[in-house]
Design a protein around this ligand. Sequence first.
Ligand SMILES: [Zn+2]
Length: 328
Amino acid sequence: MKTKVSRRTFLTSAIGAAIASTVPLAWKSSVVAQQTQSAPSSNAKFYRFKLGNFQMTSIEDGVFLNMPAKAFAGNATPAQLNEVLQQGSQSETLTLNCNILLVDTGTEKVLIDAGSGFLTEPTAGKLISNLQTLEIKPTDIDAIIITHAHVDHVGGLLNSTGALAFPQARYFVSKAEYDFWTSPEVNLPNVQVDEKTKQQFISIAQKCLGAIQNKVTRFEGEGEILPGFYAIPAPGHTPGQVAIRIVSGNESIIHTADVVHTHTINLWHPNWQPIFDADPDQAAATRQQILSAIADHRQLMYAYHFPFPGIGYLKSRAEEGFEWQPIK
Ligand SMILES: [Zn+2]
């Protein structure tokens, strides 16, 4: 049986349900909507930069609107959170970007993650239309490295009919991530959403990973995934999440996946816990460790969920945490 979450406010609803016990998600079962790929966007957002010999492009997959800020600070008090929101000139609902990094190595076009596709909200899933604006066809993509199997990162592996959206690509995911989601018994006891939402996360991960099962390389630990691409295990948000270090010539950048979600709450207070983290304590330790290394080494960073284009540096703050220094 084919199942597909309706293209509505998936994440916003999930978080809303978790926090306010409001409306549960609606699933459409048995029917996959016959949507067509949208036309190239006239206001496509992309940002090009060079990394050594690699041509890099940050492409906006879209945004999630009206995300409750509290979802990223599960263990903070309302007063603590309000103080951060005031300092950051933010409201109690946030806009969360989804940024896709395209790397043209000169011989291959490599994507880090694939966005939401048709599986979340209509404000996301713009990767393919934005690639079209860049005159890149889905069949031009040679490889996709998956940081972790949440819907906003793997939903775009599938097109509207459930077939592979990038049919020529090879796929790479950590063995720990693949094994976790595809095991017969998947449990998310510490994720603070309702049981139905958890089952949707699991179902979507299994569907997307299942679709690539004959084309996927499962890598373990640290090390080179492809020439110039190195895995950095980043467990906690999901058990097998990885950050990716990309190196060309004397230059490098670290794609931090969902080690950190917001450039205020989770950077200023790395120990505040997003409700989606599978192991909140491990995620906080990973966040502190990876962000400290990035700040200490003045390492260029790419952030999937930060304001577009998500490229910048970190500076340690005097009290705790880090300050985001975007390059533009
Ligand atoms: Zn994400």
